[in-house]
Design a protein around this ligand. Structure first.
Ligand code: AHR
Length: 515
């Protein structure tokens, strides 16, 4: 039976029988070893894993854009039309389904006209959110769209509500999407793009409860209606994304939804959920690791509760839930920020485990989510790449996303671990026809897991797996040693109704199974 033919009865069934084997623990070499049983229900859908759940976010912040993705055509670094070639190659290989830009807080002080036309004539503006340095606007609308084309990502524009006007935003939509024949589209053509960009995803402000205007949910709803009312579909149906809550703030969601009074709902509502723990990235203690990784459970609760709250207003789910900023936010080191830019954060094995826990949450709740964008792509916060001068390396979290890639587009299926303790084994699974993909994450620093995945109603004929693991959760890839944490092939055994594999402490394994 194909995944998209899962029956309604099977989908809603609570009766599927499962058993868990006894958990045994034995000590060896200072680590405990634990047997775990996971039950995977390939016939019970948890919703399609939209590729957009693996989305990304790039802001004009520190060296994410300038010096990171964009080094300019005159740079001594190898480029493709001014874009850092190594970054393009890595991001294209990873496959970024959707990329959100230009912020973040920056979005609500960005005036798109500053970033079009001949680069030498573009104005210099002060980036008031991220250090009051000046930007020459050499990276603007056309450059972002070209970047997205190079890496084959769908662009997501975040519009300015905080310091902008409805007219400015409606003009950006016309400039980007109207086919031809208006003064704005003539200007677009003169700037090198006669064809419309066909931008589908538009954010109407960012964090308008904070840096985007310090509004209440009710006040923002009024602004949302004013701005969205002038954003038109010019042959490209728009997907308008309203600012959602800071973490699981139900007051914001209620205030916004109450004020909308059932009319003119946005297509999407974007929560931001960071896993903050302000400790230097490579100096996490065991307690720090546990405290930060436990926050992924809180994000899972927030998804369930915010979706339920939206459902209470909008049972047909016309409003999709997004998390368009998420990830680990550690403590910055001033000397590193000075050298590499604001919010530069080293990325470790612990960060990768965090990324994999987040992606597993998204897969398990694929029916409730439309998009997830990790913050941010290069050099900032929970980054995929670190770049400096002529060097560009992949972080452990890049590989966590790479390991999750086979889930994209497949049908998420139900998994049962029978364990709700903190830092338990995390599992997600998805299926398309006879291909089952399972990602398992062991967030414990001291426990080796021997995992048996029982397939309910299916037979496994073959399995292969890859692992990302380092015994030191503070291990990182550096410019000098870029391959400290990299994925490797891993043993997995398919034995009829079971797949068995082992997860050392702090590891991520993705198994692909033929069923
Ligand atoms: O990602 C960094 C910042 O975090 C963004 O600019 C803002 O939206 C959030 O507070």
């Amino acid at each position: 039976m194909s995944a998209n033919r899962i029956s309604r009865r099977a989908f809603t069934s609570r009766a599927a029988a499962f058993t868990f084997s006894a958990v045994t623990a034995s000590k060896s070499l200072g680590q405990s070893s634990k047997d775990e049983t996971v039950v995977i229900h390939p016939e019970i859908s948890a919703g399609r894993v939209r590729p957009e759940l693996h989305g990304h976010f790039a802001e004009h912040l520190g060296s994410c854009i300038y010096g990171g993705l964009w080094v300019g055509e005159k740079s001594p670094v190898a480029t493709i039309n001014g874009f850092r070639k190594q970054a393009i190659d890595y991001l294209k290989a990873l496959g970024i389904p959707v990329l959100r830009w230009p912020g973040g807080c920056f979005a609500d002080d960005y005036h798109w006209r500053d970033g079009i036309g001949p680069r030498a004539k573009r104005p210099k503006r002060v980036n008031i959110h991220w250090g009051n340095y000046t930007e020459d606007n050499s990276f603007g609308t056309h450059e972002f769209v070209e970047l997205c084309r190079l890496i084959e990502a769908e662009p997501y524009f975040a519009g300015n509500v905080g310091s902008g006007t409805p007219q400015e935003l409606r003009d950006w939509v016309e400039y980007a999407n109207y086919p031809s024949g208006s003064t704005l589209t003539d200007e677009r053509a003169a700037n090198g793009s006669p064809d419309p960009f066909k931008i589908r995803y538009w954010g109407v402000g960012n964090e308008n409860w904070g840096c985007g205007g310090r509004m209440t949910g009710e006040e923002y709803a009024t602004q949302y209606r004013r701005f969205a009312g002038y954003m038109r579909n010019f042959g490209t149906p728009l997907y308008l994304i309203a600012c959602g809550p800071n973490s699981n703030d139900s007051r914001w969601t209620r205030g916004f939804m109450d004020s909308m009074q059932g009319r003119g709902y946005p297509h999407g509502f974007a929560m931001h959920y960071y896993q903050n723990l302000r400790v230097e990235p490579t100096r996490f203690s065991v307690e720090n690791v546990q405290a930060q990784l436990a926050k992924f459970d809180d994000m899972e609760k927030a998804i369930v509760q915010q979706r339920a709250l939206l459902d209470s207003y909008d049972p047909e789910r016309r409003v999709g839930l997004l998390i368009d900023e998420w990830g680990v936010w550690d403590g910055m080191i001033p000397a590193e920020e000075k050298k590499y830019g604001r919010l530069w954060q080293q990325n470790t094995m612990r960060s990768a485990v965090g990324a994999a826990l987040g992606l597993n949450v998204f897969h398990r709740h694929a029916d409730k989510l439309v998009m997830g964008n990790i913050a941010q792509t290069v050099n900032v916060l929970h980054a995929m790449l670190l770049a400096y001068e002529d060097k560009c390396i992949r972080t452990p979290s890049y590989y966590a996303f790479e390991l999750a890639k086979p889930h994209r587009g497949k049908m998420g299926v139900r998994v049962e671990t029978g364990d709700s303790s903190p830092l338990r084994l995390s599992v997600s699974a998805s299926r398309q026809y006879g291909d089952l993909v399972v990602t398992l994450v062991n967030p414990k620093h001291d426990t080796h897991l021997k995992v048996s995945c029982r397939l309910a109603g299916a037979t496994a004929s073959a399995a292969s797996a890859r692992i990302l693991h380092h015994q030191n959760f503070n291990a990182a890839n550096t410019f000098e040693q870029p391959d400290v944490v990299v994925p490797k092939p891993h043993a997995a055994t398919a034995d009829g109704a079971r797949v068995t594999l082992e997860l050392p402490p702090m590891s991520i394994v993705t198994a692909t199974v033929k069923i």
